[in-house]
Design a protein around this ligand. Structure first.
Ligand SMILES: Cc1cc2nc3c(=O)[nH]c(=O)nc-3n(C[C@H](O)[C@H](O)[C@H](O)COP(=O)(O)O)c2cc1C
Length: 216
């Protein structure tokens, strides 16, 4: 049984398409026991304080009360064996609410260390992680007319704390509305179902010839 952590960074909260899709799929997935659901877009974490910034850059930082909020986020992350991040693209990159979460979970000597060569080494266990990215325009394919700083940044920063099993799923072109959105949501649902089938468990997916016969 997997324990999933579902984090939504959209300011639209539970109305966000990517979140609704992820929540529905996780709810119906038989091998997932618990889903911890956090709305970090509608209710973002607090801005970093001077005490926190001082604590994480000082030797005695681990004892400082200022890191308690960060510790809560890291413990919650550690307790999950499946991670699902739902995020909009904001100004070519991740939304500020997601950056606040990153600034609290990426902490030296706690979620990453530094080896003798000066390289950062992740201290958290790797786990299947799905990132659902919603964007108004396109960032992939022939229609893309804008840069995507979100994908490479998330790969780098999550890898830094040990999370490398990443699958990105894009819901693009929301400004087009109507049918285009529905097609995008259907494609994203299929990608998420296939990803889950390949990583956290067994479930038959209609039309999936590669897996259909071997799944319960
Ligand atoms: C502040 C802000 C910045 C945005 N910047 C971009 C952008 O750079 N590229 C893009 O394609 N869409 C951009 N959008 C549109 C959102 O990515 C799009 O509406 C998305 O579908 C919202 O997803 P959500 O409902 O999950 O929040 C931006 C929206 C906002 C509010």
């Amino acid at each position: 049984m997997s324990r999933a952590l579902l984090l939504n960074f959209s300011p639209h909260g539970k109305a966000a398409r990517a979140y609704r899709l992820a929540a529905e799929v996780l709810r119906d997935w038989p091998d997932i026991g618990t889903v911890i659901d956090r709305q970090l877009g509608g209710e973002p974490l607090s801005a970093l304080t001077c005490d926190y910034a001082t604590a994480v850059t000082s030797v005695a930082g681990m004892d400082n009360v200022a890191i308690h909020a960060s510790e809560r986020q890291i413990v919650e992350l550690e307790s999950s064996d499946l991670l699902v991040l739902c995020t909009p693209l904001h100004n070519f990159t991740l939304p500020a609410a997601m950056k606040l979460w990153i600034d609290q979970v990426v902490r030296i000597q706690r979620s990453f260390g530094v080896n003798s060569a000066g390289e950062k080494v992740g201290l958290l266990k790797d786990r299947p992680t799905f990132v659902l990215v919603s964007s108004g325009g396109f960032i992939l394919g022939e229609q893309a007319r804008q840069p995507d700083f979100l994908t490479p940044y998330l790969k780098a920063i999550l890898s830094c704390i040990g999370i490398q099993q990443l699958t990105f799923i894009y819901l693009q072109g929301s400004v087009r509305g109507g049918e285009a959105i529905e097609r995008g949501v259907m494609a994203a649902r299929e990608a998420l179902l296939r990803g889950l089938a390949g990583t956290v468990g067994r479930r038959s997916i209609a039309g999936d010839e590669a897996c259909g016969s071997c799944l319960a």
